[in-house]
Write a protein that binds this ligand. Structure first.
Ligand SMILES: Nc1ncnc2c1ncn2[C@@H]1O[C@H](COP(=O)(O)OP(=O)(O)O)[C@@H](O)[C@H]1O
Ligand SMILES: [Mg+2]
Length: 254
């Protein structure tokens, strides 16, 4: 579904991604784990078209997308839940969710209205599905998003991404800044999303949580993939255990 070949990106003189290659097959959950500053966010931003690729290729559904603007990539079915969530605190929960449907709703041209009525862009139906997944968002739908806890805001950010009806959901550190118990809730939701057929690309410093839900994973260090394998292989790897599953990470998840 997603295929990345020798991807390079950075900021000004700073070269961050130094030739990243990876792939995600339909229905898979793939984790990219790495320390703070390794380039995980830069990788997802580049796939999402928020940051321009300097070299290399990104293919989604066998089509190159690395020259596409961000909103077209969302319309193609590839959506990012950004690090830090970026929800609109002064809008209600429901308004935040509806914003997630904006790019797909706008894409519905008048001559496609019948399709939309037939449910292709059934915004109310999608909203109901998101409410089913996150009961708390339904309960708090008319509350200002800024009043939600960190975990609830993360659920809102995931819900908002789901409003665009993605086929590939990319998540940037969904466990960051979230209480340990809530991390479990969020990861349970990720498992449910995967079971429902959604393809997932997840980046995390919290290797333990990410590898527990992922089928496969990659380890990124200073903009390069240094290790890859099944989640099991990575969990068993001494390098991963030492650098990413050490004592200091255990407290986040347990
Ligand atoms: N907007 C930016 N401008 C300049 N440098 C940045 C910017 N964002 C990130 N960086 C730098 O790029 C490198 C990779 O950052 P990032 O992709 O955010 O890493 P990670 O998400 O793995 O923590 C870091 O050295 C960081 O300081
Ligand atoms: Mg990051």
């Amino acid at each position: 579904m997603l295929k990345i070949l020798n991807l390079e990106a950075g900021y000004g003189a700073l070269r961050v991604l130094k030739g990243i290659s990876l792939h995600v097959a339909p229905g898979e959950a793939v984790a990219v784990i790495g320390a703070n500053g390794a380039g995980k966010t830069t990788l997802l931003k580049t796939i999402a078209g928020i940051l321009k690729a300097r070299a290399g290729e990104v293919e989604f559904d066998k089509r190159p997308i690395h020259h596409d603007p961000a909103e077209r990539i969302v319309r193609r079915g590839c959506c990012l839940v950004p690090e830090g969530r970026h929800i609109f605190g002064t809008l209600t929960v429901r308004e935040n969710l509806l914003l997630g449907a904006y790019s797909v709703a706008r894409a519905a041209r008048p001559w496609k209205l019948r399709r939309r009525q037939n449910g292709d862009h059934d915004i109310d139906g999608t909203l109901e599905q998101v409410y089913e997944l996150f009961g708390i968002l339904k309960e708090r739908s008319s509350q200002l998003a800024g009043t939600l806890s960190g975990g609830q805001q993360q659920m809102l950010a995931i819900g908002r991404a789901l409003m665009s009806r993605p086929r590939l959901l990319m998540m940037d550190e969904p466990s960051l800044g979230v209480a340990p118990l809530v991390v479990k809730d969020i990861y349970k939701t990720i498992v449910n999303l995967k079971r429902s057929g959604l393809t997932i690309l997840l980046v995390e410093q919290n290797a333990r949580a990410a590898l527990a839900v992922a089928d496969r994973g990659y380890v990124i260090e200073t903009g390069q993939i240094v290790l890859q394998g099944t989640a099991r292989q990575l969990c068993d790897s001494p390098e991963v255990q030492r650098a990413y599953l050490g004592k200091e990470y255990r407290s986040i998840d347990e």
